[in-house]
Design a protein. Sequence first.
Lengths: 374, 333
Amino acid sequence: MIKKFLKLFSNNVFLFTVISIFLGLFIGAIILLAAGFNPLQAYGVMLQGIFGKPKYLSYVIIRSTPLILTGLSIAFAFRTGLFNIGAEGQYIIGSTVAVVVGYFIHLPAILHIPLVIICALIASGFWGGITGFFKARFGVNEVISTIMLNWVALYLQNFLIYTPGFQKPGGEVSYAIQPTASITFLDKWKRSEEGIAWLLDHPFWRDLFKTPINWGFLIAIAVAVLVWFILKHTTLGYRLRAVGFNLYAAEYGGINVKKNMVISMTIAGALSGLAGALQVMGVSHQISLLAAMEGYGFDGIAVSLIGNSTPIGCVFSGLLFGGLKYGGPKMQPAMGAPSEIINIVIGIIVFFIAIPQVIRLILEFGKRKKAEKV
Amino acid sequence: MLNKKVVVLLCIAVLVVAGCSQAKKEAAIKVAMVTDVGGVNDQSFNQSAWEGLQRAEKEIDIKASYLESTQDADYKPNMETLFDAGNELIWGIGFKMADVLSELATMNTEQKYAGIDCFFEAPTPNLVGVLFREQEPSYLVGYIAGKMTKTNKVGFVGGMDFFVIHKFHYGFLAGVKEGNPDCEVLVQYADSFTDAAKGKAIANQMYKNGADIIFHAAGGVGDGVIEAAKEQNKYAIGVDKDQNSLAPDNVITSAMKRVDNAIYNLTKTLVEGTFPGGTNVVYGLKEGGVGIAPTSYKHVSAEILEEVKGLEAKIIAGEIVPPTSSEEWEAMQ
């Protein structure tokens, strides 16, 4: 029986992740206990905070959308053997360009929305492509150049916010994008008088529409499927993966490694940029002065790891991560625990989720030992 | 197999202990705050705000809690979470929350909201903006700096370049000029509220260029400024809280912004039923919302402090109006 289980686990990534989640929750519980808080109550609050109301689920989805896309971005580059730490900067470029195009250009929604997305894709793709080009042409390590470009992007955004005509007077934020560039569901209607009146009579929808629920999530899923298709069923995907598996073998096989590096980083950059653009179009509608990185790109690294660098895995791990990030902090006010404890617990859960490989190794080790005994 | 047993035992232990712990008793009124991205232990105004709420919890019958934000996009969901938790009053800490606060106040008309450093054009009856006249204590510490400098050069390190910090900046300039018209002021913005290393580098450079007193209004960056003062044995002026404890020999005074007092007072009005909904409340010297640090006597001579008291009275009387922006400062020249 147990042997069967073990076999199932070592072959099944999904089950494995589930086990890791429970282990993480368990260790987290011990820490909560040690700090003098009731872990069951704490986790209850967290689950309640994620699944308790349609509004909460909607927030989890909203929260997950950029993480899924930055996760995809990192996974994509990873498949080509590149480590894209620059998702953060590409995200910033995407969101900045989205606000610029969304605010300054006036068009009907049906043209405006695609235009904003395309401009953000081009700009952030270019941003990612710079790294790929430097790597291919001069052998500059992509980790170094992407980290540096993150800061360039951050300060570029801060610089743009101070541009007269773009900065909203009295605030450290840009103007909001035109309503025609928004992808939030019924954005205008829910603020109108009849909208407010109708929603008052329909508590379920009122609850749901309190959140900036938008098209972003559906777009992210469509993109995940697209990425999966590109990687699995196109020549381009085959080449990219070949470069990732073995650079020299790929080159020997007649694949232009340098060109594929640039392509890979460009696509990865565009994916992160899309995350930023969708966040602007659906949720924030503006950009604000950044004192530090917001972490969408860095969280994307974890999302990609948990998702085993597969596109579909990124969707689920993005949702999981978004749920933890949204529901986890809710433990704080309910329990009265210091936020450090809560952050440690969330950190441990994430840590365990991210290391199923290690747990698999441990289990396999135990299996081997047992085999020796027999 | 053995491992499994251990795991099962641990599970049982967790359940038993968990079952034994008791639920805390519920107080009458719940008040909560949402921090900005600095977090609750930022050594600056988020922390000060939380201290104010904790004091309120001790002295008046409320239950306080907070929720930290890690991104700007968190403000709204965090406010919603606290709304669902049944809080009577929800605080937003920092000017960035102004838009979210006014939007939510319009939507949830029964819920009370208040924002630190927030100004509302037309606040709804359930919304209060709290502002500080930071230029006033900055003017006073500027005067002290002007009087105490031996090199006729002092420095100002700002966090980020925006209107709240401008109030510190130009209030300080006017104060220095009042104390010592020949004194030069070196000004630099760090573009950060967290990068202590940058604060230290800027301060070191300023000291090298001849400044002997530096005033910072830069949150965590200021920790670096004070550290530089300590190492070079120069003077620094703290901000927000009395920062003398960070370097007792070097921090001569601090321009205090009593966020804690403001939070405490306003929370108290809630309990007493006199919540000033629909207004913007301004805390200055007159209201005891700002001031210079009580430890100033350690380094500043009694004579200067006496003069500062005179200036304080003049500011309260409205005879001196410290500038809040570059326009107002230019107009004074």
